[in-house]
Structures are given as C-alpha cells and as structure tokens.
Design a protein around this ligand. Structure first.
Ligand code: AMP
Length: 541
C-alpha cells in the first residue's frame, strides 16, 4: 500500500521560492568582480532568476541541456544556478583553476550549450575557444558598462539579456531524480570525471546539513560562503543557506585575509566554510592586525585535513568552533562532520582538540564502513585502517558518460581514502590510497605526518611523499614550506617529530622548497611533488 501523502517532486528552485516567500527580506551580499559590495534580498534574487530563466529559454536552452559556469561566488552566479536547474537544464560548474586544456576537456565532455562566465575568466575562455565543440554562445556576468572587449563569438551581456524579461516563469514539474548539476572531479589521476547530481540528491543533502547535527543554520545566521560554487557545489551552502533563511555573504574573487575579515566584520558573519589554505591566509592576517571575531561562532573546514594548530587557535584565541568536514565531489559533497558528543566533552581540553582533528561522523543518509583489500569489513576500533566505503542517496552511482556502475556488489562506493572509524563512530582519514606510504608491510599516514609537522611554529605547509626504498619498499620524504623569515634544521624537525610520532614513521629526509604546489581545489599536488623529487636520493639508502 502506498502512503497517502502529497507526492510533490523536489525541485531546487523551490528552495529559492521558499526563501523569497518566507525570508524575503534576508539579504544576499556580494563582494563583486567590478569592485564594491552589491546587496539585495532573496525576493529580488528570485525575480531576477525568473528573468534569466526566460532569457535562457529564448536562447534555446531546454530540459537536459548543460550550461557551464565559470564564475566566483556572486549574486549573478547564484541567480544563474537556480534559473538553469529550475527549468530542468543542468548547471555545470567548471573549476577555472584547472589547466586550460582540462577546462576545454570537461566543457566538451559535458557538451555545454552555453557558458556563463565572470569577466575574470574571459581571457581563459578566449584561449580555448577554438577547442570548444558544443558551445553556441557566451553569457558574461556583467552590465553593459563592465562588458570587456573580447574575441569570444556570440557574446551576451547578462544584464542586457534579462532587462526586458518578465519576472514570472512557470517552473516545470520535474521528476525529482532529474539531473540538476554537474561537477567534475579534479582529475589528479587521468582525466576529470563528471558527477551528475539530481534535484533530489542536492535537496536531501541540504536538508541533512541543516539539522542541528549538521551546519545547523537558522534565519539568525549570516553565512560567508567562501568555498567556491565550483568546488562541489560550495558544499551545499548555496541551497542550505536560503533553505534556512540565513543571510548569504558571497566573497567573489576576494579571498585574501583583509577581504575575508572585512566581510566577517561588516556583515556580522556567524558561520563560514572554506578549505584550510584559505583559513591559513586568514589567520595570518588576523594575527597581524590583532583582529577579533565576536560574531563568528563556527567555521566548517574540509577538502583536506585540518591541522590541529588551526583548530586550537580558532578555539582558544577567537572562541570559534571548527567543524571539520569530509566529503568528495562524488558525495554531493558532504559525508561526515565533526560535531562533538558527550563522551568527547567529558575529556580534557587537549584531548578534545585531538578529537576535533578527526573527520567526524556521517549525517543521517550517509553510511560508511572500512574494508580490507578483500572487501571484508574491518572493526570500528579507531586503530585499524581500511578503505573507506560510502553509500547513500547523495552518493554517486556512475560517472557521467560512463555507463557502468562504480559501486561494489553491495552498493558501496570506494572513496580511495584510507580511514579508521572509532567506537563512537568518528571517522579519521589516514591517507589517500595512492599516497599512503607502505613501509615494511605497514602503512605510514602521510596526512598524520604532514599535520604533525605543521604544528611546528616555523612551518607554513608540509607535504609527505613516499620514496622507493630497497629495504622497506617505501620511506617518507618530508617537504617543508617555511614561514617567512623562519628556519628549522633537519635535526630540529626530526627531534620535534620524534616526540610526536612512532619512531619508524620518522621521515628519512627533510627538504625545503619555496612553495608547496596546490591543485585546483586547494589540495597539495603530490603528483607534481613526486615529479620534482623523483631523482632525490634518500640518505638512508
Ligand atoms: P574533492 O572531490 O576534490 O572534493 O576531493 C575529495 C577528497 O578530498 C577526499 O576523497 C579526501 O581524500 C579529501 N578530503 C576531503 N575532506 C577532507 C578532510 N576533512 N580531511 C582529509 N581529507 C579530506
């Protein structure tokens, strides 16, 4: 027997409709590409979204078409998202930090019909225009006054396009499993692969994230969405903030410490989310000016492991709670979040900080387990590392354009992360499967070593890679980027690590480089480091 409740299928644009109708006065504040702050309400945003939906229709965009966006977090990008998905087309967020050839590859692979872009990325797209096979035209997110000179063909000015359009649009009734958005993995191994989200997967994740065990946003919040819309849907904030009626603050291209600080202060930001690299820059600025963060209550940090020192300084000096999150493009993206539990609250402060370095527990909807190479489940004892497997309604089934399922026989997706899960359900990433250092049949966690090294006051960033070793198979090489003006000798560093990690984990060598290379989503580019150090000879060989 079926339930007798309304079957209304979920459409992402209902989120914005709700925000406009019941939180209509709440603001979206954008730091713009043109310079200056733009401010309007959810009500205004919906009206303009409908205008753009009409404009897209006129351009021939239809249900199922892909429309690419190359843009910072800003109000026009926000409108474009809801307009594209709301009418049944697919918002394909392209990460402009990828190499131009990769950008061209994914636009072609997705067969985007139009590209919506900020003026910042015009020259990037001009450079690859000749390679683009499916794009019929370009929509530049600007008004007439700020339209750049460009060699792009068939260019439209966003404000001109929407100017004459009506503020009404009849959103189609879509099956909630209709594709809404497309996001490619960063492609550190091979070509990027497309993950196709649905209205259902996005809304379920946003609902889960909005619970008190998740981000717990309310209409009292002011949310600074630093994490880019092109980085796994800004971790769902673009939906969860309007859903809860929170004020939304969008930083545009301005991600430096001062801009972030000014937005937090001026917009009384209570909640924010970004990768560790952004917070590193921010904290350095904060320390330099002796800033304060009286309104900020919590920051979500994820994308790569959060150093303990970062959690500590936010907590002890600024009274801001760090919520570590783990997820991936393939998990829409939120998988786990580190909110505390009574058992952890009962520990002393330092032990609580240790716990905060774990990646957290799954939100309802996501299930996780760890397995060995044979696929057998491993114990949740907080010690045994295994392959992290995940499943749930916002977890990938197959990649776009590749028919076959990427799940195992029981429906689990192999994340390629190595993790432990403890008795309280807290998951801790110990490595990427390809980065873990296999020494004498045991595993050394490159992430753990990096985090520990980053606790040293002279170290700005640390990376650990495995180097071939005739006796042990692989041994760790520690690569350091030091803070400006700081110095630390190899022996000092090994002494520092010696009291913090097992002896057999100690790196066989320590080297310094000016800048540790980062990939398109702020993660350490180990591929490039392996290439740089391929001829390095460990002193222990
Ligand atoms: P992406 O799809 O680019 O978001 O990358 C996902 C990968 O980032 C995951 O599989 C993890 O390896 C890594 N990652 C994400 N969040 C964390 C975290 N909090 N700690 C450690 N690694 C993380």
């Amino acid at each position: 027997m079926k339930g007798l409740m309304q079957p209304n299928p979920m459409n992402l644009v209902h989120v914005l409709e709700h925000a406009a109708r019941f939180h209509g006065r709440r603001e979206i504040v954008s730091s713009t590409v043109e310079g200056g702050i733009h401010r309007y309400t959810y009500c205004d945003a919906l009206a303009r979204t409908k205008k753009f939906a009409n404009a897209l229709r006129k351009l021939g965009v239809d249900v199922g078409d892909r429309v690419g966006t190359l843009a910072w977090n800003g109000y026009r990008h926000f409108e474009a998202w809801y307009a594209i998905s709301g009418q049944g087309a697919i918002t394909h967020t392209v990460n402009p930090r990828l190499f131009p050839d990769q950008v061209a590859y994914i636009i072609n692979h997705a067969a985007d019909k139009f590209l919506v872009l900020d003026t910042t990325f015009v020259s990037l797209v001009e450079g690859i225009q000749d390679q683009l096979r499916s794009v019929e035209g370009f929509i530049i997110l600007a008004d007439r006054e700020h339209m750049p000179q460009t060699s792009l063909k068939n260019v439209h000015c966003y404000e001109d396009l929407i100017a004459g359009e009506p503020e009404e649009f009849a959103w189609p009734e879509l099956d909630e499993e209709t594709a809404s958005s497309l996001c490619y993995t960063s492609g550190t191994t091979g070509n990027p692969k497309g993950v196709m989200y649905s209205h259902r997967s996005n809304i379920l994740m946003a609902l889960a994230v909005n619970g008190a065990e998740g981000f717990g946003l309310t209409t009292m919040d002011s949310v600074l969405m630093v994490v880019p819309q092109f980085h796994a849907n800004s971790w769902g904030l673009v939906y969860s903030a309007p859903m809860s009626g929170a004020k939304l603050v969008l930083p545009g291209p301005n991600l430096d410490g001062k801009s972030t600080y000014d937005l937090i202060t001026n917009e009384q930001v209570t909640f924010s989310a970004a990768v560790p690299t952004v917070w590193n820059i921010f904290i350095a600025y904060l320390e330099e000016i002796g800033g304060k963060l009286p309104t900020l209550r919590e920051v979500v940090i994820g994308g790569s492991a959060v150093p303990r020192s970062m959690i500590k300084i936010f907590d002890e000096k600024y009274d801001v709670k760090v919520l570590q999150a783990w997820g991936m493009t393939e998990t829409n993206p939120l998988g786990t979040l580190n909110r505390t539990v009574p058992e952890v609250m009962a520990l002393d402060h330092e032990a609580q900080l240790d716990y905060a370095t774990k990646q957290g527990r799954p939100l309802f909807g996501v299930d996780i387990r760890i397995t060995n190479e044979a696929g057998t489940s491993l114990p949740h004892d907080g010690k045994t590392p295994g392959r992290l497997m995940v499943r749930g309604p916002w977890v990938i089934q197959s990649y776009y354009g590749l028919e076959e399922s990427v799940l195992d026989a029981d429906g689990w997706f192999d994340t390629s992360d190595i993790a432990t899960i403890d008795e309280l359900g807290f998951m801790q990433i110990t490595d990427r499967a390809k980065d873990v250092i296999k020494s004498g049949g045991e595993w050394i966690s490159s992430v753990d070593l990096e985090n520990t090294a980053m606790g040293h006051e002279s170290v700005a960033m640390a990376a650990v890679i495995g180097m071939a070793h005739p006796k042990w198979d692989e041994r760790p090489l520690l690569i350091l980027q030091l803070r400006e003006g700081a110095s630390v000798s190899k022996d000092e560093m090994l002494d520092y690590l010696g009291s913090r990690v097992a002896k057999w984990w100690l790196p066989d060598d320590v080297v310094e480089i000016d800048v540790i290379p980062l990939g398109g989503t702020g993660k350490i580019n180990k591929l490039s480091l392996r290439e740089t150090f391929k001829d390095h000879v460990l002193p222990t060989i």
